[in-house]
Design a protein around this ligand. Structure first.
Ligand code: FE2
Length: 352
């Protein structure tokens, strides 16, 4: 059989995806977190992996799917949240714009799986299945009622699921997870029926925010929350070190993601030390340039006496707190640290 005959689409897919293979899985597993610090990795969208100094691993909003892959369906479903929000019918061109940097099936250990809300880019059947197969038999799946319903629909056993509402506190090894209000108004109007004139009161069943308190500092994960004045209350009630907010360039007719102005207002209100935008990486139609946040920050920081700094990340990147708090911008490791270990294999030195 010629090589061409054995080359199949399936071989290409298995050879090329996930794009990073198990590189990041191995990095997270191997990471030794120094006392007085915590490490976290951006898995894409609002996916975040947190590892504490005592190796507590918490996975929030991990998701390994994608968006549109064909133009054949021309209209959104009748009650799709984006149709509810905008009144538009045309299929939104939300193609996945970021690589898959983590292999869910290669997960080896995790202490809690969290979801902020049940939208498809914040909860994942593949990761759930792999955690059930590969990890300890008591790893909890923690989320609001609607996220738990989704896990149950995948086949996650009910005794593994923990439904939470704002005000709840859950201890996971050396970490404490404080459940807080979500301000995700897109989630609020996600419904399967006509809701014109109906005032929804089920926010707490649909979405929550999380404060992850590690021994070395805290992380505020706001899911897909929009801007809210109540961030100031969360900032008064809790000591927040690092805050993450969903940022994006809203197409006309949309108010789904926070703008650069909103991200800075959120950070100021939360009284955090570092603010990190996320979610802007993943959808082609909401793609935004995070440098806009840095630019506005520089413009306003003296006048408003900002006490925080923004950090611009890359998907798959690591952030260690407090070590990286003033780093401002991530760059992937560039390698070649061991250059000239050997004499270069070149004809003569002057070619170098
Ligand atoms: Fe989302």
């Amino acid at each position: 059989m010629s090589q061409i005959d054995g080359i199949t689409r399936e071989k290409w897919i298995l050879g090329a995806f996930p794009e990073w293979g198990t590189w990041l899985n191995e990095e997270i597993d191997q990471e030794v977190v120094a006392p007085g610090t915590f490490a976290m990795w951006w898995i894409g969208c609002t996916g975040l992996w947190v590892k504490s100094e005592n190796s507590t691993n918490i996975a929030i909003d991990l998701w390994f799917g994608n968006g549109k892959r064909s133009k054949k369906t021309t209209e959104m479903e009748k009650y799709h949240q984006m149709r509810n929000m905008t009144g538009g019918r045309m299929t939104q061109p939300n193609l996945r714009a970021a690589p898959v940097v983590y292999d869910p099936f290669a997960v080896t250990t995790v202490d809690a799986v969290l979801s902020t809300h049940y939208h498809n880019d914040h909860i994942d059947p593949f990761f759930a299945a792999a955690v059930l197969k590969n990890c300890a038999p008591d790893v909890p799946f923690i989320g609001p009622k609607k996220s738990v319903e989704k896990w149950l629909s995948y086949g996650v056993p009910a005794d593994r699921c923990k439904t939470v509402v704002p005000g709840d506190v859950i201890k996971i090894k050396d970490c404490e997870i404080v459940i807080l209000d979500s301000f995700d108004r897109t989630c609020l109007v996600t419904a399967d029926e006509d809701i014109k004139g109906v005032c929804p009161t089920d926010m707490d069943e649909k979405a929550v925010n999380y404060l992850i308190k590690t021994p070395a500092g805290s992380i505020y994960h706001s899911g897909d929350s929009h801007y809210s004045t109540y961030y100031a209350k969360h900032g008064k009630d809790h000591k927040i070190d690092v805050a993450l907010g969903s940022y994006g360039e809203n197409p006309a007719g949309n108010q789904d993601k926070m703008t650069s102005v909103d991200v800075l207002r959120m950070a100021e209100a939360l009284q955090c030390k570092v603010v990190i935008p996320f979610h802007y990486d993943v959808w082609t139609n909401f793609k935004a340039d995070p440098a806009e946040i840095t630019m506005l920050y520089e413009f306003k920081k003296y006048a408003l006496d900002y006490k925080f700094v923004p950090f611009i990340w890359d998907v798959g990147g690591k952030f260690v707190y407090p070590n990286d708090m003033n780093k401002r911008q991530y760059h992937y490791r560039r390698g070649f640290e061991d250059c000239f270990t050997d004499e270069p294999n070149v004809p003569f030195r002057s070619i170098l």
